[in-house]
Design a protein around this ligand. Structure first.
Ligand code: MLT
Length: 314
């Protein structure tokens, strides 16, 4: 099947080798940072688009995309894509749910450790010419209870890594079997309330859906232990950001590590005022290895879709 005349738009950055791979078979344009309106203007010419989490594949996009056959999502979250409407329009959506999970899990461990040890705050202090050791007494992960919300692919990897640090593990996930809890040696909790009450550290690994937005808010924070530490490398808004702010301000929460935001990009935010908050700009999947793997997988999916072959993860 000749796809030489097909046009692929790469709208968010993927690995260079991947771009070359697609270019070897069809026409490729790389156009980054387009506004939604700019995208609507040009999308009619394209047969495929490759995106990450910023591009909104919503109704207006799909209505304009009259020649589109496939959306390749280089990553796993699909909250920026209207899957039902895409299906109605006959557009295939394929993601890469396995390819960046290790990087997401490692970013989670990074934030768990760095928030516990004041790493960024101490780094900023030493670089501003001050040597202060008293201020930065941290806490160990060892023998603390880590509450994992969502024991899917990433949650499972977290449990394996946290076990290496000697943490006690509990998790809440109403969608998986008891055998998975057993497999990972994680104690099952039947409600969020139970989980938050018992956790010293909390991390979340769920998609963003109506059910998971604000899953942690004032009510849940109230139930937590004093000095609890929270990390979110999944999606912004799963922990209500205003509630987090209040929890930090009152001292109930000792630290937060946040990689993902309700609105992205997020150039200013009330939470940025806290030295005990470490914020990163959605870097969970931003490693060379993950970017190569997601890019390569999405390239194979897009090429298969254009050729009319079976598409993995569609
Ligand atoms: C994902 O959903 O896979 C991650 O958030 C990574 C990304 O969007 O690039």
């Amino acid at each position: 099947f000749n796809i030489k005349n097909m046009k692929v738009l790469i709208a968010e950055m993927v690995d260079k080798k991947v771009v070359e791979k697609i270019k070897a078979q069809c026409n490729v344009d790389e156009k980054y940072k387009l506004s939604h309106e700019e995208l609507l203007k040009i999308i009619p010419e394209y047969n495929a688009i490759i995106i990450r989490s910023e591009t909104q594949v919503n109704r207006s996009f799909l209505d304009a995309a009259v020649n589109l056959k496939i959306v390749g999502r280089a990553g796993s979250g699909l909250d920026n894509i209207d899957i039902d409407y895409a299906t109605k329009k006959g557009v295939i959506v394929a993601n890469t749910p396995e390819s960046n999970i290790v990087s997401a899990a490692e970013q989670t461990m990074t934030l768990l450790l760095a928030t516990s040890r004041n790493t960024v705050w101490a780094n900023n202090t030493i670089k501003s010419g001050k040597w202060d050791r008293k201020k930065f007494i941290g806490s160990e992960l060892y023998q603390k209870t880590l509450g994992i919300i969502g024991l899917g692919r990433i949650g499972g990897l977290i449990s394996e890594r946290a076990k290496g640090f000697g943490m006690n593990l509990i998790a809440y996930d109403p969608y998986i079997s008891d055998s998975r809890f057993e497999k990972y040696g994680v104690e099952k909790k039947n409600s969020i309330e139970e989980l938050v009450k018992e956790s010293d550290f909390i991390t979340i690994h769920t998609p963003r859906t109506e059910e998971t937005i604000d899953i942690i808010s004032d009510k849940e924070i109230e139930l937590m232990k004093d000095g609890v530490r929270l990390v979110n490398v999944a999606r912004g808004g799963l922990y209500n950001e205003d509630a987090l702010y209040r929890g930090m301000k009152s001292g109930k929460i000792a630290s937060v590590g946040i990689d993902v935001w309700m609105t992205e990009p997020q150039e200013t935010h009330p939470l940025y005022e806290f030295n005990t908050m470490i914020g990163t700009p959605h870097l969970g999947a931003s490693t060379r290895e993950a970017q190569f793997r997601v890019g390569d997988e999405v390239a194979n999916e897009v090429l298969a879709g254009l050729k009319g072959e079976i598409v993995k993860n569609a």
